[in-house]
Design a protein around this ligand. Structure first.
Ligand code: ADP
Ligand code: MG
Ligand code: MG
Ligand code: MG
Length: 414
């Protein structure tokens, strides 16, 4: 149900509607009528405005009651913005300094006001342009570890966790999108799918693989039924903004409680897709060095996830799970249990990674890394490598849990 007072913002009505909101007016400054207002939403779903004045700038994001990239024929409840706001607030606590700071939330209007990230740009654009970002893998790995650990019963009390799972279970429309677009549609001729025609032989073979489909559905079962931690839920390279030295994560509107490995796997998949698309975007002379840098980012992402998770395990295990007293009474160490859990997360992350690699070239929402390759034959060739590596990761993640084996696999397909 849309609140009867809900109205979508526009550049024309913006200063009239938000001019009196202190959180905006004080940070933007000057006469609202003279504010510079730009709608910059390049995503698939929402309105995003940058508003600037004498003092500074803020960003206003408002949910639309339909899927923007498709149109009003695909309605989508605006209350998803409430969950994006709840997720941003939790991320700020669990992984400080990474999500944009939120200044104001208007529930009936399904909008919130946040920090303007500047001069940050979308990471996907940087990866296509061949730019490097310092500490990229480290920051994303650490972000995933902190949010995974601190949003779970390793950290939270039982009532606190259950209450939050209850809250987020109200976000009923969003998970269905991930369940179909990410996990299911790539593996059959779903209505909204599209792919590069030259890729068809590879796609046909993938869709004949019944064991693959079954494995993916088992991972979907974990994704739907498991509430281990609060996920970002959409941690692709279009949800990361960066400068040369600073990394931030935006857009958690697909947030839900789910398996600890999911965000890590999706982030790594997007690094791998950047890797596989590079031959279309780089000069031969720069290609090898840049691809090596991307592989280093992936390695750092996994390594820092593990290091940070282990650190939190040792220093912040205050929740329901693996209580210290249970182990310490007999002088047992819980370190092996942590290592075993990390092994399991690694393998699940690799499998989720494979699925994300598939859906971005086979399902509805593709990514610019491949989509902007104009020559369809070259696009199909690079997409095929990506699809085949994704399949290997889903079918046999245990073969690539060792990072050097994972790196060798990526190189073997490129
Ligand atoms: P959607 O949910 O529709 O995908 P996003 O939250 O991804 O919307 O935002 C769309 C675009 O708006 C981003 O790609 C980015 O360019 C810009 N943007 C979003 N949030 C910010 C921010 N806090 N600071 C600067 N730019 C932002
Ligand atoms: Mg987005
Ligand atoms: Mg395509
Ligand atoms: Mg979004």
């Amino acid at each position: 149900e849309i609140d009867q007072h809900y109205r979508a913002l526009s550049v024309e009505t913006f200063s009239q509607r938000l001019g009196e909101v202190e959180a905006v007016a004080s940070r933007v400054g000057g006469e609202p009528a003279r504010w510079d207002i730009r709608e910059v939403g390049d995503g698939n779903l929402n309105l995003v405005f940058i508003v600037s004045g004498d003092v500074g700038s803020v960003v206003v994001k408002q949910a639309l009651p339909y899927v923007r990239m498709v149109g009003e024929s695909w309605p989508l409840p605006i209350y998803r913005a409430h969950f994006e706001y709840y997720a941003l607030v939790r991320q700020a606590k669990r992984a400080p300094g990474i999500a944009p700071e939120v200044y104001y939330f208007d529930k009936p209007q399904a909008l919130f006001v946040m920090e303007y990230l500047h001069p940050h740009t979308i990471l996907r654009r940087k990866l296509i342009a061949g730019e490097r970002v310092a500490q990229l893998g480290e920051t994303i790995g650490q972000f995933c570890a902190r949010t995974a650990f601190r949003g779970s019963e390793l950290s939270l009390s039982s009532p606190e966790k259950k209450q939050d799972v209850g809250l987020f279970s109200g976000n009923v429309a969003i998970p269905a999108i991930t369940e179909s677009l990410v996990f299911t549609d790539p593996y059959y001729a779903a209505e909204m799918n599209h792919h590069t025609p030259e890729l068809s032989p590879v796609v046909d073979e993938l869709r004949r693989n019944a064991r693959l489909k079954a494995k993916v559905q088992r991972l979907l079962m974990k994704f739907t039924a498991n509430t281990e931690t609060m996920l970002h839920g959409d941690l692709h390279s279009g949800s990361i903004m960066a400068t040369d030295t600073d990394v931030r994560v935006i857009d958690p509107e697909f947030s839900q409680y789910g398996p600890m490995a999911f965000d890590l796997g999706m982030a790594v998949a997007n690094f791998l897709m950047a890797y596989f698309s590079q031959p279309a975007h780089r000069q031969e002379s720069e290609l090898a060095a840049y691809q090596t840098w991307i592989l280093d980012v992936i390695e750092a992402c996994f390594t820092s996830f593990d290091a940070e998770f282990r650190h939190l395990w040792q220093t912040e295990r205050t929740g329901v799970l693996f209580p210290k007293a249970l182990f310490e009474e007999q002088g047992n160490s819980a370190d092996d249990a942590c290592d075993a859990l990390l092994d399991e997360i690694r393998l699940d992350a690799l499998a989720y990674c494979g699925i994300e690699m598939h859906r971005r070239v086979l399902s509805l929402a593709h990514n610019a890394d491949f989509e902007e390759i104009e020559d369809p034959a070259l696009r199909a060739k690079l997409e095929a490598r990506n699809v085949l590596m994704g399949q290997a990761l889903i079918m046999e993640p245990e073969a690539y849990g060792d990072l050097s084996a994972l790196m060798e696999l990526a190189k073997a397909y490129s």
